[in-house]
Write a protein that binds this ligand. Structure first.
Ligand SMILES: *Cc1c(COP(=O)(O)O)cnc(C)c1O
Length: 379
């Protein structure tokens, strides 16, 4: 099966050379806009492309506001602060995620609590979350507290893995019952929807990333999405050193952050965004080819959950067990076809080993079986 899969990937990408997992594609107005920025001299944190990019992303996602940041991790940090996460708090999140998710939680002085994912979505499981809160949650002083740690559970941070939407209806129901704020890590999910709603617009705040490996890139960049006017205003303020608008005075009213996206990056992002519908269509078509190949070859390719329209940022094949997983990783990587396992589960990393978890049954099973396969846009 491994040889056939590697052969099929080579057939898709039509090359005998190295095939990366995900490479960016620049086939639109990138050079034009970048030259325009350089000619204007406004390459840094002031310039018209930033607001234009924010406006176009908000429109595409159906969010009222979008605030651009220097990267997705910074966007997560600010979104969590604005959701009210602070020192001594806890945030419930999933064990299956990229490190940025829980790093941002800990930048706020809070601790992560790692809950299991659903095998059907690869995202935070509403049932596992409800079970955890049932057992450990205690409502008091207008909040929810974790009986075992004594800490306040300030927010819930689900992540849309590989662009596959979490069960947001289920998560919003559980979090609504407990009055827990939801912040979505939609870093991998630009172009993914549930019904007609875009990922990142279900919670109080949502976050996107435009890192070089994401579906569109600004080099490095991120975005905070929200429908709340006041939160959007604060997001802009906090990411721009909390400077008060004035013709010439340097006045700041709190300790802010230099998290603003430069105009240069926004110009690249705007050109990329113009091609996003085409990228999503191409990636869905590629996923369709992998799924058909899987069916014909008795291999399990991960398919989007029911009701979802995923961007299929990264495709995944599910092997029988850890031995088969490692055999595929060895074979494909040795044959110039880049493949990667799931991230190490967050609570298995030294700095998060002390964090509370539930059983993580599905997370551990997925970590043993899942391999990401090349998923760059093919046109
Ligand atoms: C890419 C990514 C981020 C943000 O990463 P940056 O490189 O800081 O833009 C956050 N969470 C997840 C799950 C990601 O994949």
């Amino acid at each position: 099966m491994f040889e056939r899969l590697v052969g099929f990937v080579r057939e898709i990408y039509q090359t005998d050379t190295f095939i990366p997992l995900h490479e960016p594609r620049f086939a639109g107005n990138e050079k034009r806009y970048l030259n325009d920025v350089i000619d204007s001299t406004f390459v840094s944190s002031v310039g018209p492309y930033v607001s234009e990019f924010e406006h176009k992303i908000a429109e595409y996602c159906g969010a009222k506001h979008a605030v651009a940041t220097v990267n997705g991790t910074a966007a997560l940090h600010i979104a969590l602060l604005l959701a009210g996460v602070g020192p001594g708090d806890e945030v419930v999140t999933q064990a299956v995620t990229f490190i940025a998710t829980c790093n941002a939680i800990h930048y706020c002085g809070a601790e992560s609590v790692f809950i299991d994912v659903d095998s059907a979505t690869l995202g935070l499981s509403p049932a596992a979350l409800a079970a955890f809160l049932e057992q450990h949650g205690e409502r008091r002083d207008g909040g929810v507290y974790n009986k075992s740690s004594g800490k306040r559970i300030a927010a819930c941070l689900p992540m849309h893995t590989f662009g596959h939407p979490c069960d947001m209806a289920g998560l919003l129901k559980v979090c609504g019952d407990y009055g827990i704020a939801v912040v979505e890590d939609a870093a991998e999910a630009l172009g993914s929807r549930l019904g007609d709603r875009h990922c990142g617009t279900f919670g109080k705040l949502g976050v996107l990333s435009f890192n070089g490996n994401k579906i569109i890139t600004t080099g490095g960049g991120g975005m905070i999405l929200t429908d709340d006017d006041e939160l959007a205003r604060q997001a802009k303020h906090l990411t721009t050193t909390a400077k008060l608008a004035h013709a010439w005075k340097f006045e700041h009213d709190r300790i802010g952050y230099n998290y603003r996206m430069p105009n240069l990056n926004a110009a690249l992002g705007l050109a990329q965004l113009e091609q996003l519908p085409q990228f999503v269509a191409a990636k869905r078509e590629l996923a369709g080819r992998y799924l058909a190949w899987g069916e014909a070859n008795g291999a399990e390719i991960f398919q989007e959950p029911a009701g979802a329209h995923a961007n299929y940022w990264l495709n995944a094949v599910l092997l029988d067990d850890l031995t088969a997983r490692d055999a595929l990783l060895e074979y494909a990587n040795n044959h110039g076809v880049m493949t990667r396992p799931l991230w190490e589960l967050m609570p298995d990393l030294p700095m998060y080993r002390h964090c509370q978890t539930d059983g993580l049954e599905n997370s551990r099973r997925l970590a043993e079986r899942l391999v990401n396969i090349p998923s760059s846009v093919v046109l």
